[in-house]
Design a protein around this ligand. Structure first.
Ligand code: IPE
Ligand code: IPE
Ligand code: MG
Length: 243
């Protein structure tokens, strides 16, 4: 039994489109309805002293969606970031963004950079927003950075280790994910934080993201607290450690 609260929760916030379809609304309404639970889940995690929360806003693969849906998601992201940033700052939240920032428009890039600068000294909670993010691309870009460094310093390459590799990932300096939550019923990870979830407990729920509530977060936390995290060991070794 693992009574601890996870230090790092990551959420694949899925099901906006289906939520809208069930109500005969356009998909755009589903994305809009996803904003309130997003604001709430940040609050709930702060209340429960979760140190790091990473939210999947938009994946590398989501660029293949119809252009008007992409534009709508980007507009919603920008307007929500603008309207929420002061409150997040007041609450002591540090914002970080991971993903391929070069594919975002100038206005979004600017808002992201401002939000990171504004909140850089906050330490109540790390809020990591993954936008235009792909786990494979994260691993590839870390590899490229390491190869580049090794070319300018030939002592570097032989020393490559998990720690060095991790320090080049977009999540550098953040702890690995303890609990991954996916809403919307699909049981897959869809190219989210691949390296970082190596030992995460994974909680799937059929709840569609716009309907996600504090009770659903608590169910995920209970699930987490009932897992025995063995990290390859056997139970007896963990009991000995707990004594
Ligand atoms: C998740 O909801 C939000 C994004 C991927 C941007 P979806 O838009 O994937 O909703 P479903 O899966 O179609 O219901
Ligand atoms: C994953 O959801 C991406 C986000 C929630 C941002 P998708 O809806 O894009 O995933 P797939 O396509 O069903 O795997
Ligand atoms: Mg989906």
């Amino acid at each position: 039994m693992n009574r601890a609260v996870p230090s790092h929760i990551a959420i694949i916030m899925d099901g906006n489109g289906r939520w809208a379809k069930q109500r005969s609304l356009p998909r755009k309404s589903g994305h809009k309805a996803g904003i309130n639970p997003t604001r709430d889940v940040i609050k709930f995690c702060m209340k429960r002293k979760i140190k790091t929360l990473t939210l999947f806003i938009f994946s590398t693969e989501n660029w293949s969606r119809p252009m008007d849906e992409i534009n709508w998601i980007m507009e919603l992201f920008l307007s929500t970031l603008k309207s929420e940033i002061d409150e997040l700052h007041k609450q002591g939240v540090r914002l970080r963004f991971i993903g391929d920032m070069s594919s975002l428009n100038e206005q979004i890039k600017m808002s992201i950079s401002n939000a990171e600068k504004l909140t850089v000294n906050n330490n109540n909670m790390n809020l990591v927003l993954a936008i235009s993010y792909g786990g494979r691309q994260d691993i590839l870009s870390a590899s490229k950075k390491i190869i580049k460094k090794s070319k300018s310093d030939d002592t570097f390459f032989p020393e490559i280790s998990e720690d060095i590799f991790e320090s080049e990932l977009m999540t550098t300096l953040l702890p690995n994910v303890d609990l991954l939550i996916r809403t919307g019923g699909e049981k897959r990870v869809s190219n989210f934080l691949l390296w970082q979830i190596a030992y995460a407990e994974i909680y799937f729920t059929d709840i569609l993201w716009p309907s996600f509530t504090e009770k659903d977060l608590d169910e995920a936390l209970i699930f987490y607290s009932n897992r025995e995290r063995r990290f390859g060991k056997i139970s007896k070794q963990l009991e000995e450690r707990d004594c």
